[in-house]
Write a protein of this length. Structure first.
Length: 377
């Protein structure tokens, strides 16, 4: 009887919105369809006022659609089948953001996994904006954001006048955010609070007016760990001079600051007790260009050479080894996990472990040394 009752509850649960699903096939679908597996949509035009998981096929480029300010309760965006779908956000007229979590969307969530986002050259809005009310959640994992050729793009995530907003940014690749305005991957302003968990990301080739994270919220907090930033500014800028905030920066690798005079990698206000904390970070830029007004632990390293950081690849974003460190890098080992066990850190700095030789290579290397030894006997 108990098992039957539990099964009945599961059926009722999955009949509700939490188990609902819609499907998008950019090649074979139609926006006039119902969005089912048998009759998928063609674009993301219809994801308005939904409480669904949206599965997107990698059949061809998926267009976001013409409408801005899509309001929703709980939307999950993820691939349908193999590969990473590419979504083009091309709408530029009117609206606040592509995905808008406004006062109507209390307790709303947006989660996206394994998607590539690209943008029209004249796109100037934000991708996600959370505004007003409380307890909202934004999760972005294993996504790619290509801003190539976009001159005025807005932030990926913008939080404004919200309380207790959870933002989780993990294992993403963001590149060429070369805008003419002050834009960021994560940006917040107004009143309220935001809790950010940003780890294992790669940020590459940002403009001098752009950065990764800026916060002006009171009572906000952030853990910014194991990110790699190359050619950019402001991995973390805590711009809150009046209210205490807790921002911790650990195990990050940064190099080639674009605007070292004004936009240090780690910056905050000078008010005692309101400063960001930094430790076990690795920088190819000088100490003065890396930290501004932060509280620094004893294990930061700055002013390192290219050979000391030893990136395997810094030119090809499609390369699996892009911005990974090679053998001999100072980022190979970090004691931050032992020093700060409550933060659940890993034993290296940067977004991924140092590249180690393939086993066959090691065998060949050992064989070569063995032959050399025998020849010299």
């Amino acid at each position: 009887m108990k098992i039957t009752f539990l099964l009945s509850l599961a059926v009722l649960f999955c009949a509700g919105t939490l188990c609902a699903a819609k499907y998008v096939d950019p090649l074979n679908g139609s926006d006039a369809n119902l969005g089912t597996v048998a009759a998928p949509w063609r674009t993301l035009k219809n994801i308005n006022y939904l409480d669904d998981t949206i599965y997107i096929s990698n059949s061809t480029v998926c267009y976001f659609g013409d409408l801005m300010d899509r309001i929703f309760t709980n939307v999950v965006l993820r691939p349908w089948g193999d590969g990473m779908p590419t979504i083009l956000v091309s709408n530029t007229a009117g609206g606040t953001a592509a995905l808008y979590m406004n006062s109507l969307s209390i307790l709303s969530q947006v989660r996206m996994y394994n998607l590539k986002w690209t943008f029209a050259s004249d796109f100037t809005r934000r991708l996600i904006q959370s505004r007003f009310n409380f307890n909202k959640k934004i999760i972005i994992e294993h996504c790619e954001f290509d801003f190539t050729g976009v001159s005025g793009a807005g932030s990926v995530v913008y939080v404004q006048d919200c309380t207790n907003v959870e933002v989780r940014i993990w294992s993403n690749l963001v590149y060429r955010l070369n805008t003419t305005a002050n834009r960021y991957v994560v940006e917040e302003s107004g009143t309220g609070s935001m809790n950010v968990d940003m780890r294992y990301n790669r940020f590459y080739d940002f403009g001098t007016a752009s950065g990764v994270l800026i916060s002006a919220h009171p009572l906000s907090s952030a853990i910014i760990a194991n990110n790699t930033a190359w050619g950019g500014n402001y991995l973390c800028y805590l711009n809150s001079p009046t209210v205490a905030a807790g921002f911790t920066n650990i195990n990050n690798v940064v190099d080639y600051e674009k605007d070292p005079t004004n936009r240090k990698w780690f910056r905050c206000q000078t008010v005692p007790g309101l400063q960001s904390f930094c430790d076990f970070n690795v920088s190819g830029d000088t100490l003065a260009y890396t930290f501004a007004n932060t509280i620094n632990g004893a294990s930061n390293q700055a002013g390192l050479t290219d050979a000391q950081i030893n990136f395997k690849n810094t030119t090809d974003v499609a390369n699996a080894q892009f911005l990974k460190t090679d053998l001999g890098s100072v980022a190979t080992a970090s004691d931050a996990a032992t020093m700060y066990p409550e933060l659940n850190l890993v034993s290296y700095a940067g977004w991924a472990p140092t590249i180690v030789p393939e086993p066959l290579f090691l065998v060949a290397l050992a064989y070569g040394f063995g032959c050399l030894y025998l020849l010299r006997r």
